[in-house]
Design a protein around this ligand. Structure first.
Ligand code: FES
Length: 76
């Protein structure tokens, strides 16, 4: 029997099978809007139902990157 604790990713966009880790990769490559993420993943939006969750994930990744970069910048 599999445990739910072993899940390593989550689908954010069901229509295009875009995972949270795909969004992270796209944001690190410069994506800032859901349409950028779709483009980076080689897809176009279908229903658009994931847009709010995708925006939230984009903000989360950007916030985490800023928090990681801040100590590095402070050390300069
Ligand atoms: S859930 Fe992403 S386009 Fe439909």
């Amino acid at each position: 029997m599999r445990s739910i604790r072993n899940i390593k990713f989550m689908y954010i966009c069901i229509c295009r099978a875009i995972r949270d880790r795909d969004i992270e990769t796209a944001v690190r490559a410069g994506a800032r809007r859901p349409v950028d993420v779709f483009r980076a993943c080689g897809h176009q939006p279908q229903c658009g139902g994931c847009a709010a969750d995708m925006r939230q994930k984009i903000e989360q990744v950007l916030t985490e990157e800023a928090a990681t970069a801040a100590p590095l910048l402070a050390a300069d």
